[in-house]
Design a protein around this ligand. Structure first.
Ligand code: ARG
Length: 471
C-alpha cells in the first residue's frame, strides 16, 4: 500500500494486517461533509494566525469545494493509503495543492478532528430523529383524536384490568415518546460543543483560536479542557442511551401491534402498505413492521453496551479504541430512523375494530374496583371492601354467572352494604366516566391530556425549527 501520512519515523510500511485493522474509512467516510466543514474552519484559523495567506485560504477553500463536488457526485477517488476520512481529505488537498495542502494539518490532530466531525454529524442527525419521534406522537394523537370515546380494555400483567378510553392508552405512548424527544434534545445540547483546536490532546504551540473555529462551525460552545475534548465520549454515550431508551419504547409499541392484530385480540388492522404476507401461507397478513422494530431495539441496546464497554477502561486522553465509537452511533441512528418512519406510517393507517375493543372493555368483572370504591364512599375500610368484592367475584365464578347477574341476596352475602343498584357501576362507560382523577381515563381528563400533548408538540416544533433552520 501507499505510505500513510504519518510515515516519517518508520522505515517500513505497515503490514497488510495492521493496515486492515487500522482502517476506518469504510464506515467513517460518511463524515465527509463534516470533515470538510471542520477543515475549512481550520484553514480560516490558520489564516488568522498568519500561518497561511488570504489567497492561500481561498485556494484551500476552493479545493475543498472540489472535494464536496467529488464526494457528493460519487467521484471522489480514495487512495489505498486513506486510512480514515481525515487522511483522505488531507491527502486530497495535498494532491490538489502540493505544499499548501501539506500546511492544513498544522495545530490540529485527527483526535480533535474526529470528535468534532462526530459532534457535527450528531447535530445533523439528532434533530432528524427527534422529528421522527415528533411525527410518531402526532400519529398517535391523530388516532386518539379520531377515537375520543372508544372504549378499550386496559391491562396490567396483560390481564384485563379496567375499562379505559382507547385515546387514553394511545396518549400513554405519546407521553412516553415526549420524554424520548426531550432526552434527544439533551443529547443534542451536550453534542453541541466543538473539540477542534484541542490538537492531539494538550493544545498547540501555534497561535490558533478554538473559540473562533467553534463559532465558525456553529457550535454553542467550545471544550474547556483539551484532554477531555479528545478523550471523552459521554456525548456519544448520551445519544446512544437516548436512542436505546427510545428503541425500547418503540419495541413496546410494536409488541402491542403484534398482540392487537392477532385473531385472539382482533383489536386493530394494519394497512396493507404496512403489513407483509407469508411466502407459503396465502392467507397470512403479518405485522412485520412491529416485529422488526422489536428486533431492532436489541441492536440499539447492543450499540449502547458496545460503546460503554469501549470507554470503560480507558485512561485519559485519546486511545485508539475510541475508533470503535462511530459504528454503534451510526447503527443506532440508522436503526431508530427506520423504525420511527415505519411506525409513524403504521399508526397513521391503523384501523381499529371498535366493536371488539368495546366488547372486551365491557367484561363486567373489570368493574370490581368501582364496586370496592363505592363501598369506601359508604364508609367501609378499603381492605374490607376489597375482600368483599373479591368474594363476590369468586361467588359469581363458582356459580358461572356474570357479576351483573348476581341477586340481592348474593350481594348481601358478600357485604351488607352491597345493593342491586350498585351493579350499575359495572357499566364500562360509566366506570370510565367516573375515573376523573388527574391524568385518569375519564373523557374530560383525556381531553386535558390531549391539550397538554398539543402544547408539548408545539414546543417540539419550535425546537426543531431552531435546530434545523431552513427546513
Ligand atoms: N480514525 C481515527 C478514529 O476514528 C482517527 C483518530 C486517529 N488518531 C490516532 N492518533 N491514530 O478515532
Amino acid at each position: 500500500m501507499t505510505a500513510p501520512l504519518w510515515k516519517g519515523r518508520f522505515s517500513k510500511a505497515p503490514s497488510e494486517a495492521l493496515a486492515e485493522l487500522s482502517r476506518s474509512i469504510q464506515f467513517d467516510q460518511r463524515l465527509w461533509p463534516h470533515d470538510i466543514a471542520a477543515t475549512r474552519a481550520h484553514a480560516g484559523n490558520l489564516r488568522r494566525a498568519g500561518l497561511i495567506s488570504e489567497v492561500e485560504e481561498v485556494e484551500l477553500s476552493q479545493a475543498l469545494d472540489r472535494a464536496v463536488e467529488a464526494f457528493s457526485g460519487g467521484s471522489f477517488r480514495f487512495d489505498p493509503s486513506d486510512e480514515d476520512i481525515h487522511s483522505a481529505v488531507e491527502r486530497f488537498l495535498i494532491d490538489e495543492l502540493g505544499d499548501l495542502g501539506a500546511r492544513i494539518h498544522a495545530g490540529r490532530s485527527r483526535n480533535d478532528l474526529v470528535v468534532t466531525d462526530l459532534r457535527l454529524w450528531l447535530k445533523d442527525v439528532i434533530p432528524e430523529i427527534a422529528e421522527g419521534v415528533h411525527s410518531l406522537q402526532e400519529a398517535l394523537l391523530g388516532q386518539a383524536s379520531a377515537h375520543p370515546d372508544t372504549l378499550a380494555p386496559g391491562y396490567t400483567h396483560l390481564q384485563r384490568a379496567q375499562p379505559i378510553l382507547l385515546a387514553h392508552h394511545l396518549l400513554a405512548h405519546a407521553f412516553a415518546l415526549a420524554r424520548d424527544f426531550d432526552r434527544l434534545r439533551g443529547a443534542y445540547r451536550r453534542a453541541d460543543v466543538s473539540g477542534l483546536g484541542a490538537a492531539a490532546f494538550a493544545g498547540t504551540t501555534l497561535p490558533l483560536d478554538p473559540v473562533q473555529t467553534a463559532s465558525d462551525l456553529g457550535f454553542r460552545g467550545v471544550f474547556d479542557n483539551s484532554a477531555d475534548a479528545v478523550g471523552s465520549r459521554d456525548f456519544a454515550l448520551e445519544f446512544l442511551s437516548a436512542a436505546a431508551i427510545l428503541a425500547v419504547q418503540l419495541s413496546r409499541l410494536g409488541e402491542e401491534f403484534v398482540l392487537w392484530t392477532s385473531s385472539e385480540f382482533g383489536f386493530v388492522q394494519l394497512d396493507d402498505a404496512f403489513s407483509t404476507g407469508s411466502s407459503i401461507m396465502p392467507q397470512k397478513k403479518n405485522p412485520d413492521v412491529a416485529e422488526l422494530v422489536r428486533g431492532k431495539s436489541a441492536r440499539v441496546i447492543g450499540d449502547l453496551v458496545h460503546l460503554l464497554g469501549v470507554v470503560k477502561g480507558l485512561p485519559m486522553a485519546y486511545n485508539r479504541d475510541l475508533q470503535e465509537d462511530k459504528e454503534p452511533v451510526f447503527d443506532a441512528a440508522d436503526s431508530v430512523r427506520l423504525c420511527l418512519a415505519a411506525l409513524a406510517g403504521t399508526v397513521e393507517t391503523l384501523a381499529f375494530n371498535v366493536e371488539r375493543l368495546e366488547a372486551a372493555a365491557r367484561e363486567r368483572a373489570s368493574g370490581a374496583t368501582d364496586l370496592a370504591e363505592a363501598l369506601v364512599k359508604d364508609g367501609v375500610p378499603f381492605r374490607h371492601a376489597h375482600q368483599a368484592v373479591g368474594k363476590l367475584v369468586a361467588m359469581a365464578a363458582a356459580r358461572d354467572k356474570d357479576l351483573a347477574d348476581l341477586t340481592a341476596g348474593e350481594l348481601q352475602e358478600a357485604h351488607p352494604n352491597l345493593s342491586l343498584g350498585m351493579l350499575e357501576l359495572l357499566d364500562a362507560r360509566r366506570s370510565v366516566a367516573s375515573r376523573a382523577s388527574h391524568g385518569g381515563t375519564a373523557p374530560e381528563q383525556v381531553e386535558a391530556q390531549r391539550a397538554r400533548l398539543e402544547e408539548i408538540l408545539g414546543e417540539q416544533r419550535s425546537w426543531l425549527q431552531s435546530a434545523r433552520p431552513g427546513r
